[in-house]
Design a protein around this ligand. Structure first.
Ligand SMILES: [Zn+2]
Length: 419
């Protein structure tokens, strides 16, 4: 059965079987790629980026920048590009019509068909995507750090990544994800984008979104699932470590706050651009490919600093017709702890405003740093214990990213030698 993804395009894995891969890479010039490109090669090859079959040529990128759609009219908000310097293009003999063997960690990863070598005005690209060209915006800094030329062309994976055992159960590519959704019988799936260890505010965001997505469905059996989709990519110091994020999110299910019938945890490889509204649209596109029907959006989705109004993302999503982006945004209000009610409540519900205790990042951080178990209405005890365990096992004593973690952590995936 054909699986139809974003833009009405069939999801097809672009992956060669081992024997064929070994023959295909013979004689090709190896070119080592950095982490971001390796992540995106995997996303393209497994169908997370459907309808893209490779890195963008100029026509697609230009259309994304000017109109937030690919040249064929499919909604797309962030250029997916492969950059190379002029010196590298000369050194590796890159020519239109040729092929490059992309390697990662010293081993073959994928073949790139060189269809087009192109350039773009980077200030124009940044202003359109981020609304600013200021280098202190981390997405602008990343984008302006690209080398001066881009290579457009199809990507074919020759070697599947070997996922580190901690993350392996959560690496669920689009075709497999859709199979699992069918197996569970979910009629609606609401996705929760995260880079956090969940406190009860997050738990209730998911519970609230679950109820919203339930809408008018019959209640004979559970038919709505929450998909936690953690973004795994380049880390910044002070972020939660990846192991704590993924394991603690799943702990909410394991400890029974959700169940197999309504909750699943997974990951997507992506280096955050912090593009606010444009990134919110991009997240919607990849979650359409995962088979989700609803997407949660809170305040300032994928934003940074004060570059975006907290509800810009909502407004941009609302301006896109459903036939162009087949996922329903679920807008969430903040959940907080009200000591008067003695429970978690929403800003839109109880009237004890002066007593509310909001889950600020600073509050949660200080709780985790103290290491003293907080009330279960703030942090589930199972989740809290697991954060502490992850700090010891994977974080060199800290649940947050440190220089030591960056230098010594086990990679999320490795590329083995071919064959
Ligand atoms: Zn209250």
């Amino acid at each position: 059965m054909a699986e139809i993804g974003h833009g009405g395009k069939e999801i097809v894995e672009r992956i060669l079987p081992p024997g064929e891969a070994a023959r295909a890479v013979e004689g090709l010039t190896p070119y080592p790629v950095r982490d971001q490109i390796a992540n995106e090669v995997i996303d393209i090859a497994y169908g997370w980026f459907t309808p893209l079959e490779g890195f963008m040529g100029r026509a697609d990128a230009d259309s994304v920048i000017r109109k937030m759609e690919l040249a064929d009219g499919t909604v797309w908000s962030i250029p997916i590009v492969f950059d190379m310097s002029e010196a590298e293009i000369a050194e590796y003999g890159v020519k239109e019509g040729g092929r490059l063997l992309l390697t990662y960690q010293g081993n073959p990863l994928a073949i790139l068909d060189v269809e087009e070598i192109w350039t773009y005005d980077m200030e124009e690209m940044c202003t359109a995507i981020f609304g600013t060209a200021e280098m202190k915006h981390p997405g602008v800094a990343r984008t302006c750090g690209y080398k001066e030329k881009f290579i457009g062309g199809k990507v074919t994976l020759v070697n599947r990544p070997r996922i580190n055992p901690v993350f392996e159960p959560y690496f669920i590519p689009p075709l497999e994800m859709r199979r699992r959704f069918r197996e569970k019988g979910w009629a609606a799936i609401v996705v929760h984008q995260t880079r956090n260890v969940p406190h009860t505010g997050h738990e209730w965001l998911m519970k609230g979104a679950w109820a919203q997505a339930y809408g008018g469905l019959p209640i004979e059996r559970p038919m709505v699932g929450v998909l936690v989709n953690a973004i795994i990519g380049q880390k910044r110091k002070g972020d939660y470590i990846d192991e704590a994020i993924i394991l603690c999110q799943d702990e909410l299910r394991k400890a029974g706050y959700f169940g197999d019938h309504n909750h699943m945890t997974s990951l997507t490889f992506w280096d955050m651009r912090y593009a606010g509204p444009k990134e919110a649209v991009f997240h919607a596109c990849i979650r359409v490919n995962l088979g989700c029907t609803h997407h949660m959006y809170g305040r300032d989705h994928a934003g940074v600093g004060d570059y975006y109004d907290p509800y810009d993302a909502h407004r941009l999503l609302q301006s896109i017709p459903k036939e162009k982006l087949n996922i329903t945004p679920v807008y969430s209000m903040n959940w907080l702890y009200c000591p008067h009610c003695g429970e978690i409540t929403s800003e839109g519900l109880c009237n004890h405003k002066s007593e509310w205790q909001k889950f600020s990042g600073t509050l949660i951080r200080s709780i985790v740093m103290d290491g003293v178990k907080p009330p279960r209405l703030i942090f589930r005890p199972e989740v809290f214990d697991l954060v502490m365990e992850c700090a010891d096992r994977y974080g060199f004593g800290s649940p947050f990213v440190t220089d030591e973690y960056l230098a010594k952590r086990t990679p999320v995936f490795t590329i083995p030698p071919l064959g």
